[in-house]
Each structure stands twice: as structure tokens, then as C-alpha cells.
Design a protein around this ligand. Sequence first.
Ligand code: UD1
Ligand code: CA
Length: 463
Amino acid sequence: MGLDIVVMAAGKGTRMKSDLPKVLHLLAGRSLLQHVLNTAAALQAQHIVVVTGHGAEQVEAAVRAPRLQFVRQSPQRGTGHAVQQALPWLTDDEGITLILNGDVPLIEAATARALVAACAASRLALLTLELADASGYGRIVRDASGTLRAIVEHKDATLAQRAIREVYTGVMAAPTSLLKGWLARLTPDNAQGEYYLTDVVALAVADGVPVVAAQPQSDTEVLGVNSPLQLAELERRYQRQQANALLEAGVRLADPARFDVRGALRCGRDVAIDVNCLFEGEVQLGDGVRIGANCLLRNARIGAGTVIHPFTHIDGDALGVTVGAGASVGPYARLRPGAVLGDEVHIGNFVEVKNSMLGRGSKANHLAYLGDATVGEQVNFGAGSITANYDGANKHRTRIGDNVHVGSNCVLVAPLTVGDGATIGAGSTVSADVPPGRLTVARPRQFTLPEWQRPTPKTRGEK
Ligand code: UD1
Ligand code: CA
């Protein structure tokens, strides 16, 4: 008895007032549809069939899932018509079909599993919810004994039916062979002239097939996105859930309402995160890490006890950024892809590091650029110094040994090797290799003109 999943994603999303198809709008950095597909993937279905229509090519190119199939629905003639398009993939007549919505992103796998279990290949199972304000939703109509009889769409409902607070969430699980029969019998005789998937309920009742209802753990799971306002509100709910989970795990968030994770954040013990921090992609924070206010970290691993000071921007992109233990980064520092900092490294304000390794205890504390550099241990890289890694055509590496002292305002023109223990005088432009253990200065000597006099200002009447 296998499971197939149909995800409806053909609708236009007019109320988003956007050129982007609605299901591609981002929640926590991931498209609405991708959220649904990630949950679907956890359910081990035989097929995940996505019904596309509006912006089909763009939608199909943007999402990923195992055993994913696309079917197109054009024109869009209702939710029942949408599921009809998926029939070629619903071949397991002993199986169950689960129907999800591409614009309802936060449905939990456990809720979907419970619904599939309630269906058990012999019943029609609906995910329903009691809402204080049910307007716009399909209402769950029950008879005097409480037995579920039908779903009536808001636009087709009588005043008495509109008073019903139990609504259909748009998620159902049905025995596949029965569903096929019901879909074939749908008609568009309703207020919207559409083929309503919800009409299968009355057909099931007519056939004597039991219809059961299950509820989600929380209403957040079934909230749909139809407008930018709903998207922003759902984003906050989702972020709050993530914040709560981290707080429960012992992470100290200064303010859970000013905290965003767009990806996965893993934290050790005694991690403290100040306000307005944003974590993207995969971020790992070791034990005792402290993150100051207003930092952005993306695809990065930060070692135990390290402090990231306020306004620091760390973007590992595809290569990642790694910071060792007991290090100090920022304020106002920028770590770019391929930055690998050893333990106890100090990177200070307005310092940029890209594709460079810094060994244990090395420091670049002020206004510096390290690009394509390999830096040893206990190096001091002075204020205003840079590696000139680009000759206008190619990038070159700079290799700096251990215990090197680079004075302020130096330009190290790559390719270049600086030997262990070397000192480079301030203001040097270094374009040849530097020997170990010596002072190298590459700038004109200072001189003073003994006879020189400052000109005096001209007086009035003088030519
Ligand atoms: C639907 C339900 C309603 C339920 C509500 C929950 C029907 C008839 N009504 O109403 O009972 O309370 O969801 O949110 O099913 N879609 C297509 N093709 C179409 C039409 C829609 O793929 O031809 C997709 C949409 O992109 C969307 C989903 O189906 O992802 C739901 O469609 P929508 O128009 O939003 O249905 P509602 O009117 O909200
Ligand atoms: Ca909807």
C-alpha cells in the first residue's frame, strides 16, 4: 500500500501583486513550494506530483525533490481539475493519495502521516480546523449526529453554513482508486464555475465511504499565503518557532522576536546571540560562542569560545568560512568565502578576509585586506595593509610565514613569499620575496632639505 502525493501549485496568486509565481516567494529563505516538497520528501512517497500552471517553467526549474514529477494544468479550472491532471502518475490502485497545497508551506510531516494513517486506504480523511474567523474557507458540514456530510465553499454556503467554524484546510488523504472515481464525477455547478476537489466529500458520503477528520498540532501548519501581509506574518511565526526551539535547547537569544534563521543553525552549549542577527544556509556555533548585535552569518562554522562582535558580515557562500576556537572577529569585519581562521585569531574593524588561511594567534586588527593569502601563526598584519592579489588579469597568492610583522599601510604585491620572522616597515610596497628574520623596507628614504624656506604670502601692490 503505497503513498502518492499531489501538490497543487498552478494558481495565479493575484493578491501577491508580483511577477514571481506565488509558490516561489520565499519563507525563511526557501520558496513556499520547496517547504512543501521537503515535507513531502520526508513521507517516502512513490511519486510527488506537482501541478503547475501559472509560471510553470519558472516553478519547475526552481524546486527539487526525490521522485518529483510535474504535470501542467492549463487553463486552471479548479482544485478538482488540478488533481485530475495528476492522474497519469496515480497508478497504485491499492495506494493512498495525499493532496497538499503549494501555498501552505508549514504543514508538518507528522500531521500528514497521521492523516494518511486515518485514511488507511478505506476512508476519506480531511485535515480540518476550528477557526474564530472562517470566512473564505470551505466549511465542514456535519449532520445532527456529527457525521461529516460535505464541504461547502464559502461562496456557495448559506448563511447558516457560514456560521460553521470548522474549516477544510486544503489537505486530504484518499484511497487512490476511489479518488479517481470521484474526480470523474465532479461537475462545475457552483458559484465559481470550477471543478471543486471539495465536492469529493459529498460523493464519498453518497457511496457510503466513511469520511473522517483530523486536526493539525497548530494552526501555523495550515495557514496559507495569499498576500505579502500573510507571508510576512507567517515568516514571523516560523522564526518564532525556530527561536523557541533554540531557547529550549539552552541558546540565549537576547530577543526571540529579533532573530532570523534562513536555513539551519546548530549551537553548542552556552551560546549567546544578541539582537538582529541573521543566519543563512548552514551555520554551526561551538560551545560558548557569543554573537554581537546586527551580525549576518551564512554557511559558516565558528569554534568554541569565539566572539563575533557587532555588525560583522560572514558569508561563506559555496566555499564556507571557518573560524577556530577562542577567536575574535569584528566589530565591522567581513569574512568572505574560503576564509579559514585558526584558533585565537583576531580580525578587527573594517578588515576583509577572502580565500585566506590565518594560523593560530595571528592578528589583523584594523582596516586591512587579506585575499588569496596563506598566513602563518602569530603574525601581525598592520593597519591599512593589503595583499594586492589581482594583477588585472589573474589572482595570485601571498604566503606569509610564522611570526611575521607587517607594518601599517603596506601593499604586498602577489605572488609573494614572506619568510618566517620577517618584519616589513610601514608604508612599504613589497613586490619581491622577503627574507626571513630581517627588516625589509620598500619605500623612499625620508630626507630633509636643510636650505628650504617656506614661501611668504605676497603683500598688496606686489606683482
Ligand atoms: C481551497 C478549498 C477550500 C479550503 C481552502 C483552504 C477548494 C474548492 N476549496 O479554497 O475548501 O478551505 O482551499 O486554503 O478546493 N489551484 C490549482 N489549480 C486550480 C485552482 C487552484 O492548482 O485550478 C491550487 C492553488 O494554486 C492553490 C490551491 O490549489 O495552491 C488552492 O487553491 P485556492 O484557489 O487558493 O483555493 P481556495 O479558494 O483557497
Ligand atoms: Ca488559498
